[in-house]
Design a protein around this ligand. Structure first.
Ligand code: GTP
Ligand code: MG
Length: 373
């Protein structure tokens, strides 16, 4: 294996050298561009910057540098992938009910306390045979972080606004996230069946946030409907598919998978369970996955309905088991099919995490000391 310097590495993945140097600097490492990277550091940078590894052979410590996917995928390797749509909006405006209506199932009924506790992710097949992936986000204030993560993996945002309640704090916040993610926004004005529904007011208010309806010369589709009474759903789906087609969404399925952890928790019997979204490549049963400071061999893969899967394609959400610890939601994952290397990268990340925690704790103690002075 041919070792790479930071400068060569940066060139290979199309990043500025100073960015990589800054990355190490922030961890307290003083380095220069001629420093040779270790295999662990390459893995770490892969997680940080989200580049991929080729599929031809499995990735090992010996071939990690050659396997680095230096270029954007060739046009022939790219295939259509379903759009990933995130549903955002203020608490109780009807996000889960809308998703539920679209899925024609009943997630609301199973939810604890009626609040979506975690990002639910589902894939549907529309009447015209096209797939769409939906990510539900909770509207509660405590979940700002989670919503921003939802925005990061998304191609399209559906902003749900209850017609009787109007634009509220988490509506504004969702607009911010969508703007940061730089993705198309569709406004779904929900609960039009309710007395007190004031659609013109919502359109006027959203205009102040730069969301101008098509009828006023803007480019934001406004769809009026009712999640509860299943109104407006066909138009919503059509609009989503249209925007997706326009976006020409593609990914290369024939490489080692990478993607994002949406949610994770510890199950008493099954151990760490993570719901993940594949964004590139194909994820297979028995793949060795690394994410943050945890890793493992995938023991089971299931879709949102509990159906067993042997592989998962780009834009597909699924639930995996086999990781040795509960990963962080929002972290990237990648497959590298070398357990020893995965373990090394994970433990390097763990050390980093512990160091960051130690420093945070020190600062905290210092702050609390100051407070007592
Ligand atoms: P959080 O996840 O807690 O942020 O809420 P949410 O946005 O997912 O709202 P949810 O789907 O849980 O709906 C909240 C309430 O509004 C429920 O009681 C729904 O039945 C009701 N609701 C949702 N859509 C409609 C609608 O179109 N019309 C009416 N009348 N009620 C609706
Ligand atoms: Mg909900």
């Amino acid at each position: 294996s041919q070792p790479l310097t930071i400068a060569e590495f940066a060139k290979k993945i199309g990043k500025n050298v100073t960015e990589i140097i800054k990355y190490f600097f922030n961890q307290g490492l003083m380095i220069n561009q001629n420093m040779v990277l270790s295999e662990e550091q390459v893995g770490e940078l892969a997680l940080e910057y989200g580049f991929d590894f080729k599929k031809e052979t499995s990735l090992t410590k010996e071939n990690i540098f050659e396997q680095l996917d230096e270029e954007t995928d060739s046009p022939e390797s790219l295939q259509d992938r379903p759009p990933v749509v995130t549903i955002m909006g203020h608490v109780d405006h009807g996000k889960t009910t809308l998703l539920d209506a679209i899925r024609d199932s009943n997630v609301v009924g199973h939810e604890h306390g009626g609040i979506t506790q975690a990002i639910g992710a589902y894939q549907i097949t529309t009447k015209v045979g096209k797939k769409i992936t939906f990510i539900d986000t909770p509207g509660h204030e405590a979940f700002t972080e989670m919503r921003s993560r939802g925005a990061n993996v998304t191609d399209i945002v559906i902003l749900v606004v209850a017609a009787d309640d109007g634009v509220m704090p988490q509506t504004e916040e969702a607009i911010d996230h969508a703007k940061q993610a730089n993705v198309p926004i569709i406004v779904f004005v929900n609960k039009v069946d309710k007395p007190g529904a004031n659609i013109p007011k919502i359109k006027a208010t959203l205009m102040e946030y730069g969301l101008v309806a098509e009828e006023f010369g803007g480019d934001i589709p406004f769809i009026e409907g009712s999640a509860k009474f299943k109104q407006g759903l066909d138009r919503l789906e059509e609009t989503l598919l249209l925007i997706a087609e326009f976006g020409n969404l593609k990914a290369n399925p024939s490489k080692l998978a990478s993607g994002t952890v949406l949610e994770a928790h510890l199950d008493k019997n099954k151990g760490p369970i993570a719901s993940v979204l594949v964004q590139r490549g194909t994820l297979n049963l028995r793949d060795v996955v690394i994410t943050g400071s945890t890793f493992g061999t995938i023991k089971s893969m299931e879709n949102e309905n509990g159906r067993k899967l042997s592989h998962a394609l780009p834009s597909q959400p699924l639930v995996i088991t086999g990781l040795n610890e509960v990963p962080n939601a929002g972290d990237r994952f990648l497959v590298l099919n070398d357990e020893k290397l995965a373990r090394q990268i994970a433990s390097a990340q763990m050390l980093k995490k512990q160091e960051a925690e130690r420093i945070a704790k020190q600062t905290l103690t210092l702050d609390s000391l100051k407070m007592h002075l």
